[in-house]
Write a protein that binds this ligand. Structure first.
Ligand SMILES: Nc1nc2c(c(=O)[nH]1)N[C@H]1C(S)=C(S)[C@@H](COP(=O)(O)O)O[C@H]1N2
Ligand SMILES: [Mo]
Length: 332
């Protein structure tokens, strides 16, 4: 059930009002470790990197600073992935299917002027200029884990605001049960849009309560700067508790609909990619296990150490409630 709450007028599922105990405990333990001076080398280096991620930026693109986020779970206690890795190992099939293709093929991608069209079951549909979207709510820094369905993960300091801020602004009607996200498919700029690897445009979708969860992020930047083209400039979705493919890049349309919308990966292989796509170590992909993951930057090859994948990518305290009573093997 959705309730209107807080002086920012955001809609939240009632359960997310409560500070999740697990998150609280994690942060308290970290603070204690640091105060007692017994924080291990890993933690010290994390803290160092953290300070760096907060203050320094790569200096490649225009600055886009983000303020402290009030959203529980918005700051992962993980060492952020190096900017170089986060911008050279990408999935953005419009620009190619190799991990290095997006960085190489998106260098001339034109992201201005840019508009995002809002349509469907809303009181305020229309074309929203990128510049207006950017200013719609305060930009926040959110350090999220991103878990790709392929079995690797990264930790990225995004800059953006809760998607719910935009949703509230456009005033969905009672018929809006799902949100569909449509991304750019421009064959003149995106070489693989002429190919048939996916049914273009790349689309994604969320249930309304998922879209309203404060962790669902509309991202405009990362590492304190505007988004690099290969990471989904100028604006993308980031849903940290779902497999990476739900986080659609370079959004051009957001549509409020009554029925569960089709999604690009579900259309490509329905038995492999469901609508929900919540990160779940207990539900294997038909062709591989989802129990573990490789953190990019921690070394690869034969001696790659793998981490245990966490339920909802570690965001269970915040989002588990959204799926209470659902069979997650059926709703994969
Ligand atoms: N438009 C579009 N969005 C997309 C994709 C894509 O191919 N096209 N790939 C998805 C996948 S599979 C992942 S894992 C993430 C990767 O985001 P990153 O390159 O910024 O880490 O983007 C997602 N968003
Ligand atoms: Mo992915």
């Amino acid at each position: 059930m959705l309730i209107r709450s807080g002086d920012n007028g955001f809609l939240h599922p009632a359960s997310s009002e409560i500070t999740p105990q697990a998150v609280y405990r994690q942060r308290r333990d970290l603070l204690r470790l640091m105060a007692s001076g017994t924080a291990g080398a890993a933690l010290a280096s994390w803290a160092g990197r953290q300070a760096l991620a907060d203050t320094a930026r790569p200096g490649k693109l225009a600055a886009l600073p983000g303020g402290k986020s009030p959203v529980p779970g918005a700051i992962a206690i993980d060492k952020p992935t190096d900017y170089k890795d986060a911008t050279s190992y990408n999935n953005f099939y419009e620009f190619g299917t190799d991990k290095s293709d997006p960085a190489e093929n998106a260098t001339k991608f034109q992201t201005r002027p840019w508009t995002v069209e809002i349509e469907g079951a809303v009181k305020k549909p229309g074309r929203y200029a990128f510049e207006d979207l950017l200013k719609l709510a305060p930009q926040e820094e959110r350090i999220y884990r991103l878990r790709c369905v392929e079995g690797w993960s990264m930790v990225i300091p995004w800059v953006g605001y809760s998607l719910s801020a935009l949703v509230n602004k456009v005033e969905p009607t009672g018929n809006a049960k799902f949100v569909e996200f449509v991304t750019l498919a421009d064959p003149k700029q995106m070489p693989y849009v002429k190919s048939h690897v996916l049914d273009w445009p790349y689309t994604e979708g969320l249930r309304m309560d998922e879209a309203m969860h404060p962790l669902a992020l509309l991202a405009f930047g990362m590492y304190g700067e505007v988004l690099p083209n290969q990471n989904g400039a100028p604006v993308r979705l980031v849903v940290p508790w779902k497999y990476g493919f739900k986080s659609a890049k370079s959004l051009v349309k957001i549509r409020f609909v009554e029925k569960m919308p089709p999604t690009a990966w579900n259309k490509a292989a329905a038995n492999e990619y469901g609508f929900y796509s919540n990160v779940n170590p207990n539900v294997d992909h038909p062709r591989w296990s989802q129990a573990t993951e490789r953190r990019i930057g921690e070394g690869g090859g034969l001696f790659a150490k793998r981490r245990k994948t966490e339920m909802f990518n570690g965001y269970e305290p915040q989002v588990g409630q959204l799926y209470a009573g659902m069979d997650l093997k059926k709703n994969y």
